[in-house]
Design a binder for this molecule. Structure first.
Ligand SMILES: O=P(O)(O)O[C@H]1O[C@H](CO)[C@@H](O)[C@H]1O
Ligand SMILES: O=c1cc[nH]c(=O)[nH]1
Length: 235
């Protein structure tokens, strides 16, 4: 057992989907995986292993924000030998051309988090990027499934509620599609420990229009993103 995941070595597959919401993890396991078994309930951060198309896949909640996601990413890779991590998250759209429920693949993640500045002594602005092979496979799979998926940069923010919404407009001017709260840490830690990572997101809120989905919809209805992620995990 690692400190935050109550699993024995071998309980977790080499390929893991990571929603922030542990109840989205439960929904994914129960809806999509064959023979899904829960391997951890530590802190309520549920994790399951089952099979997708005959291949072992796990789904592990990561919590909200980069400190929490960093812990799960670190332990999955270093304590359980996970090689492929695909985040399946919700996000706020920053550009007018995106709509609620659109699917995004995050090619890179800018961040306002201090975590990477601390990592590089404030000397380097490290650019966290997706694993190219996963991104390429996800694009092919989305096309094959007939799902329109935007590919582009996102912001991984420390705060959900911000006093500086004007910065979202500036970021949109620079091509940033959406805001979420984990991917800069996920991409950085995966790169550091030689694992592959990709973030797929579904638009749950529109920052410009104020439209939003409900908590229940965020938990249980982002199926197109999950299907792309599962196919990509085993490709
Ligand atoms: O839906 P999840 O995967 O948790 O992702 C997004 O939702 C949470 C905020 O509501 C943050 O974790 C953000 O990144
Ligand atoms: O981090 C997030 C996630 C969903 N919606 C937002 O506005 N921000």
């Amino acid at each position: 057992m690692s400190i935050h995941i109550g699993a024995e070595p071998g309980d977790i597959a080499e390929r893991v989907l990571m929603p922030g919401d542990p109840l989205r993890a439960k929904w994914i396991a129960e809806t999509y995986l064959d023979d899904a078994k829960c391997y951890t309930q530590v802190r309520g951060m549920l994790g399951y292993t089952g099979r997708w198309q005959g291949v072992e896949v796990s789904v592990q909640g990561s919590g909200m924000g980069m400190p929490s996601a960093s812990i799960y990413t670190h332990e999955l890779i270093n304590d359980y030998g996970v090689k492929t991590l695909i985040r399946v998250g919700s996000c706020g759209a920053l550009t007018e051309d995106l709509q609620l429920r659109d699917v995004i693949a995050a090619s890179g993640a800018s961040t306002d988090s201090y975590m990477n500045r601390a990592r590089f002594d404030g000397l380097i602005d490290y650019a966290p990027v997706a694993d190219f092979s996963l991104l390429r496979n996800a694009v092919d799979i989305a096309e094959r499934r007939g799902i329109s998926m935007r590919v582009g940069p996102i912001l991984a923010a420390d705060a959900f509620y911000t006093d500086r919404p004007d910065l979202f407009d500036t970021l949109a001017d620079y091509g940033v599609l959406a805001v979420e709260m984990e991917s800069a840490a996920l991409y950085t830690i995966a790169m550091r420990f030689k694992a592959r990572a990709l973030t797929l997101l579904t638009v749950s809120d529109h920052i410009k229009t104020g439209e939003k989905t409900t908590s229940q919809e965020r938990e249980q209805t982002f199926g197109q993103m999950v299907e792309i992620a599962l196919d990509t995990a085993i490709a």
